[in-house]
Design a binder for this molecule. Structure first.
Ligand code: SAM
Length: 473
């Protein structure tokens, strides 16, 4: 039986409720009165329930889809402004005991190059990332209690935070590792992580079990209930995601929103972020073997509907997507993107030669440098942000949400974005990027509403040019 507040996976992600939702959405996909009511509610920035959002997803009326896009753009502008936060993944180890059929790390894959970073390797990787200008990482690892135990992950986090190369520093480490225990989540929290990210892959239990035939990840309930354990362990910011292509996207979309509703109902705070990865080619993985792939228009519609359904949840697009797709979905609600990513283990300091066995998790579509990404964002009118202030100031979970809800972003996130961009321009940017960036900062400073904040931000930006670093509101 469906119950958002239940702590049992099969009750808060009820298959029956999803099926009824999809039937309800089909029955109402041309019901203009209902669709307009739902759009009106979304327009009031109240978010949407999984049922309401599913009706919009089923609706194929072009004018209504345009309204959804316009609303998504407006909500993104109101809550996130034109800032885009940048990060990079750091692959620690691809040893894995699971059998996930879409992932090249699977245990039976004998031709992938298995690698695990030593602490010395991490110093080299993080130095390379700092030299590009990155301040925020998402660490990634396969699941292997012998090769990648929690102690290894914790040691890596400590090493990453300790590296200070020139003006570089990693100020926020998000963590994407397999579902684990409350005790381990508590240790991750104590190590000072930002968001704990875990993709559900699919909310469809039967498919989940087939797609994860062996290994600890086979356990659907343990995986699906992981975010509750993470929150019990004290982690306020959790990131959800579905691997699109594995199951029917409408099923996944309803499941994803039900998961967000569950977290809000039980913990009083929804997910900090939602990621929307699609399956990519990888060693031993042919994406065409998965017949639920979605086209770019459906992908864009999903992004727009996530934006209007959970307005306070950040949305992440990785370099799995091409420059063109990223351009299409950025205005529809994306708030964070990765840049200059390498999915191989050790790939930043030592790019893998083409003719050797790869350790990479998947092919990257957007292969531009960070400077090219920063330059491109600014030319499109966005402010690339390297801000990590919120969690360092203790604004996590519901405290971050209240910042959003009180529309204080322009007095807080906006100046923080400009100051961290200024650091990037001073330390890492190419000539052209620097020129565009300096003009952008001048222009954008005038958009800070509070006169005192505006003056302080201008002073700090001046100080950054003089060599000082790490200011924040
Ligand atoms: N092992 C951890 C876990 O079980 O969640 C860490 C996650 S893994 C390093 C990061 C994510 O990459 C996975 O959750 C999965 O969604 C995604 N992934 C795996 N294979 C992929 C592929 N072929 N294409 C795109 N994304 C993939």
């Amino acid at each position: 039986m469906y119950q958002a507040t239940s702590m049992k996976a099969e009750e808060f992600i009820s298959d029956e409720e999803i099926r009824e939702t999809l039937a309800y959405a089909d029955a109402n996909k041309d019901n203009l009165a209902l669709i307009d009511r739902i759009l009106k509610k979304a327009g009031e920035r109240r978010g949407l329930s999984h049922r309401e959002a599913s009706v919009l997803l089923a609706c194929e009326i072009p004018e209504k889809i345009n309204e959804m896009y316009e609303l998504a753009k407006q909500i993104k502008q109101d809550f996130y402004g034109n800032r885009i936060v940048l990060f990079a993944p750091l692959y620690l180890s691809n040893y894995c005991v699971n059998g996930c059929v879409y992932c090249p790390y699977h245990l039976k894959n004998k031709h992938i190059a298995r690698k695990k970073l030593t602490q010395e390797d991490i110093v080299r990787e993080v130095t390379a990332l700092q030299d590009m200008g990155h301040k925020r990482l998402a660490i990634e690892a396969g699941e292997d209690p012998v090769n990648n135990p929690i102690e290894y992950i914790l040691e890596c986090i400590r090493t990453i935070y300790s590296i200070k190369h020139k003006n570089g520093a990693i100020r926020r480490v998000n963590v994407n590792i397999a579902a684990t225990t409350v005790e381990n989540y508590r240790k991750l929290k104590e190590a000072g992580i930002g968001t704990y990210i875990l993709f559900q892959e699919t909310y469809h239990k039967e498919s989940y079990e087939k797609l994860h035939p062996t290994g600890p990840k086979h356990d659907y309930a343990y995986h699906t209930e992981a975010m509750d354990r993470a929150m019990e362990g004290g982690i306020d910011d959790v990131g959800l995601g579905v691997l699109f292509g594995l199951e029917l996207y409408r099923y996944e979309f309803a499941g994803l929103l039900m998961h967000a509703e569950h977290l809000e109902a039980v913990h009083g705070v929804g997910p900090h972020t939602i990621s929307v990865p699609r399956i990519k080619h990888a060693d031993d993985i042919d994406p065409s073997a998965f017949d639920n792939s979605i086209d770019d228009d459906t992908f864009a519609k999903l992004c727009a509907l996530i934006r209007i359904s959970v307005p306070y949840t950040g949305m992440i697009i990785s370099t799995r997507e091409s420059q063109a797709v990223r351009e299409k979905v950025l205005p529809l609600g994306v708030s964070q993107i990765s840049g200059a990513s390498k999915t191989s283990v050790g790939g930043y300091a030592d790019p893998e030669p083409e003719d050797e066995a790869t350790s990479a998790q998947f092919d990257v579509s957007d292969q531009r440098t960070l400077d090219e990404v920063v330059n491109w964002l600014m030319k499109m009118g966005y402010i690339p942000s390297f801000c990590t202030a919120c969690y360092r100031e203790g604004r996590t979970g519901d405290r971050f949400m209240s910042l959003c809800k009180n529309m204080q972003i322009l007095n807080c996130c906006h100046p923080n974005a400009l100051m961290t961009l200024k650091e990037y321009l001073e330390d890492y940017a190419g000539e052209e990027t620097k020129e565009i960036g300096m003009e952008l900062i001048e222009r954008e400073l005038s958009n800070i509403p509070n006169p005192k904040v505006k003056q302080t931000a201008a002073d700090y930006i001046h100080d950054i040019a003089e060599g000082k670093r790490d200011f924040r509101f």
